[in-house]
Design a binder for this molecule. Structure first.
Ligand code: ADP
Ligand code: ADP
Length: 214
């Protein structure tokens, strides 16, 4: 089973991906996390990606497709995976097709521009684990600290308001065409209201996955 989470920044893809991957015991393939790991490791790819990400633009399709193809060769992807934030362009979706990597279900998480900015500006993350918090909507048990390790939470460099607005623009121009792409492709496609509570969205996605019998 392969699942795609599509949606603008802040829609809740990463938050929900963590639940579904645990439920279904499949890996979460977040190209954003993979790029941030490359930056942390100081690889050449990471250094190149960093400048692009800080501007809120997209890393090249070739680089992303290379990363994803390598990742899919790992044995933990045998029973499927959840793509979180990939594909982000029609060329990336075509790349999956060309490599015969079939997708079973697409969930589109929808959110208004106003809420996107509120969600992103309050987002805090635990870098090592990728656990996601929100200072207002999903605060940690102790301010600024991860619930599990008690290590400090950080704000992503690209989560400033100016960069978020650029990322939303990039989403509308380059990623939103994937809505029609997948709606017309015959895969099961579900629109999810991203302005519900974390638990409501989680249940909604779970029920649809069960109904879709995947
Ligand atoms: P969010 O889900 O909050 O938008 P991500 O962590 O998915 O953020 O992505 C952060 C940044 O990493 C993007 O703004 C972009 O620069 C880069 N990136 C992540 N995934 C892709 C992708 N599939 N194609 C191109 N760039 C990507
Ligand atoms: P994405 O991966 O789509 O960029 P995230 O899952 O990182 O989105 O969520 C963005 C921010 O919004 C995080 O701070 C997260 O804690 C918060 N968040 C996620 N889902 C909800 C929700 N349903 N209601 C309120 N806040 C949410």
């Amino acid at each position: 089973m392969r699942i795609i989470f599509l949606g603008p920044p802040g829609a809740g893809k990463g938050t929900q991906a963590q639940f579904i991957c645990q439920d279904r015991n499949i890996p979460q393939i977040s190209t954003g996390d993979m790029l941030r790991n490359a930056i942390a490791e100081g690889t050449k790819l990471g250094l190149e990606a960093q400048k692009i990400m800080e501007r809120g633009e997209l890393v090249s399709d070739d680089v992303i497709l290379g990363l994803v193809r390598d990742r899919l060769r790992q044995p933990d992807c045998e029973n499927g995976c959840l793509f979180d934030g990939f594909p982000r362009t029609v060329a990336q979706a075509d790349g999956l097709n060309d490599a015969n990597i079939a997708v079973d279900v697409v969930f589109e998480l929808q959110l208004s521009d106003e809420l996107i900015v509120r969600r992103i500006s309050g987002r805090r993350v635990h870098e090592e684990s990728g656990r996601i918090y929100h200072i207002e909507f999903n605060p940690p048990k102790v301010d600024h600290l991860d619930d599990v390790t008690w290590q400090p939470l950080v704000q992503r460099h690209d989560d400033s308001e100016a960069v978020v607005r650029a990322r939303v623009e990039v989403y509308r121009e380059q990623t939103a065409p994937l809505v029609d792409y997948y709606k017309n492709s015959g895969v099961r496609y579900f629109e999810i209201d991203g302005d519900a509570t974390v638990d409501e969205i989680r249940n909604n996605i779970r029920e649809r996955l069960i109904a879709a019998e995947v």
